[in-house]
Write a protein that binds this ligand. Structure first.
Ligand SMILES: Cc1ncc(COP(=O)(O)O)c(C=O)c1O
Length: 377
């Protein structure tokens, strides 16, 4: 699905030199690269605070701890996402409330979100799924009306922009009260191990979170709150610092590959292709979709056959996600009604993700698209 090796070869010199520098310095934890990467990312995202941490799951948990959410508080998120989002809600003894998604963007459905609000609701976690920013303007309005926190799960959309109705833009992850991301190797900005970060423009929240990531310490060996141990190590920070200047180029490469795919499938009536919600196409101007995944909907019932056919022909593909969260054993709950998850229940039967990374060339894309069009003609 991804080709991290070819990408590494292009930046090998810088990355190797940075890693060597960390090795020579022996500042493996909290070394200068962590601070430098943090500052570079703050500038890139135009956000006041970036707090690096160990991974994207920790980032979500720490954000929720930082906001002071209490056991029993309800947190609304999308049914169609990776489990990390709902997992941390459960771990903190908060109550996850899963809602359906929109059929075109796969992101949280605004009507379903509104209907799920109760007096116990304290936060909304929009997930910018597959690289496309959720409908943040509507989410912010709902949050304001009901006094709710907005925690953006931006693990899949770093580098994406969101355009407001007045034409102003903000980077994904910097729009709500707090945003989180993952630097897992296959992410749009990936390191060579695990990594994550939390973003916020709120000085007080940033201060609280900086303590939480470090065992709840604001002064060495004085533990004011219950914290965790969640650090981005210096080697991962060095890799990320070397890669950050290429993030926009990486996002453009992904968009170009998505454009090739979309053109190739344009006349195939068995396929629904993804587009940017804001313009209905894939354009660099709105860049609200950075294609962490390129995900088709197969409408003739042959999704599983296509999956096997591609594997038989040596073409990687994946089903993200095969089971809705509300049907997972860990998260099933009597409060859910199947009729409320019409879109997610359909998506799990129809979606298929194709290879998507920065190094896809025309030959590979032609082979993939011809194989699919021949099979589904
Ligand atoms: C939407 C989403 N949230 C959170 C995470 C968790 O990130 P990590 O794997 O770094 O813990 C992921 C990782 O795949 C993700 O896709």
């Amino acid at each position: 699905m991804v080709d991290l090796q070819s990408q590494y070869q292009k930046i090998k010199e810088t990355v190797d030199a940075s890693i060597q520098e960390v090795l020579e310095s022996s500042a493996y934890i909290n070394g200068p690269y962590v601070k430098e990467f943090q500052a570079d990312l703050e500038k890139y995202l135009d956000v006041k605070h970036v707090i690096p941490c160990a991974n994207g799951t920790d980032a979500l948990q720490i954000a929720m701890m930082g906001l002071g959410l209490q056991p029993g508080d309800e947190v609304i998120t999308a049914d169609f996402t990776f489990a990390a989002t709902v997992e941390v809600i459960g771990l903190l003894n908060l109550t996850p409330v899963l809602v359906d998604v929109e059929p075109d963007t796969f992101n949280i459905d605004i009507k379903a979100l509104k209907e799920a609000i109760t007096p116990k609701t304290k936060a909304i976690v929009p997930v910018h799924l597959f690289g496309q920013v959720a409908n943040m303007e509507a989410i912010l309005e709902i949050a304001k009306e009901h006094n709710l926190f907005v925690i953006e799960d931006n693990a899949q959309a770093i580098g994406a922009n969101y355009t407001f109705k007045d034409g102003s833009k903000k980077k994904a992850g910097t729009i709500g009260d707090v945003g989180t991301t993952s630097f897992f190797p296959s992410k749009n900005l990936g390191c060579y191990g695990d990594g994550g970060a939390i973003f916020t423009n709120d000085d007080d929240l940033a201060h609280i979170i900086r303590g939480i990531v470090n065992h709840g310490m604001y002064k060495r060996y004085y533990h004011d709150v219950v914290g965790v141990n969640s650090r981005l190590d210096s080697i991962q920070a060095a890799v990320l610092k070397a890669k950050l200047p290429f993030l926009d180029e990486y996002c453009n490469a992904r968009r170009n590959a998505a454009r090739f795919y979309n053109n190739a499938f344009a006349n195939n009536s068995n396929i629904i292709t993804p587009t940017s919600a804001s313009c209905g196409q894939i354009c660099d101007a709105c860049d609200c979709h950075v294609f962490h995944q390129y995900t088709l909907q197969i409408t003739n019932g042959k999704r599983d056959e296509l999956h096997q056919h591609l594997l038989d022909n040596g073409i990687a593909n994946a089903i993200y996600y095969p089971v809705p969260l509300h049907k997972q054993k860990a998260y099933a709950n009597d409060r859910y009604n199947e009729a409320d998850f019409k879109v997610t229940n359909e998506l799990v039967e129809t979606v298929i993700s194709l290879p998507m990374h920065t190094e896809l060339d025309e030959e590979q894309l032609t082979l993939i698209t011809n194989t699919i069009n021949d099979f589904l003609s």
